[in-house]
Design a binder for this molecule. Structure first.
Ligand code: SF4
Length: 124
């Protein structure tokens, strides 16, 4: 193998390894972020998630993922003071497991611990 060819091979291999390492770190980071924002734990047997089309859920602007809130309708949810306003911190929430609970107001299934609706009220 000529010397220049070996140098080219090593340079390309170095680029490849570096690129894969950076790619892996990037994907790892984004999956960590996604994992943080997903309810952990599977939905308890016999329950279904509340449909966001449920009339009560819809009337209250409920979303299983609080990030899906219509911020034009509920700008207060975007305020820094509302950053921990999730179902899991709401007085109406009864925890079933780490990711899911029952709501006293929207009762047609389970709500995500990371959900939100406009009836949110701080659990004391
Ligand atoms: S009332 Fe509370 S627990 Fe029920 S959906 Fe709204 S924020 Fe979640």
């Amino acid at each position: 193998m000529p010397k220049t060819s070996r140098k080219t091979f090593l340079t390309k291999a170095l680029y490849l390894v570096t690129s894969l390492a950076l790619l892996e770190r990037g994907l790892g980071f984004s999956s960590e972020v996604r994992a943080e924002n997903k309810p952990s734990g599977s939905i308890p047997e016999g329950l279904v998630p509340v449909s966001e089309a449920d009339p009560t859920a819809k009337a209250l602007g409920f979303h299983q993922d609080a990030k899906q809130t219509d911020f034009a309708l509920y700008p207060e949810r975007k305020e820094p003071s509302a950053k921990n306003h999730f179902c899991k911190h709401c007085v109406q929430y009864t925890k079933l497991n780490e990711g899911w609970g029952k709501c006293n107001i929207i009762t047609a299934g389970a709500v995500s611990s990371l959900g939100w609706c406009s009836a949110w009220s701080q659990k004391t």
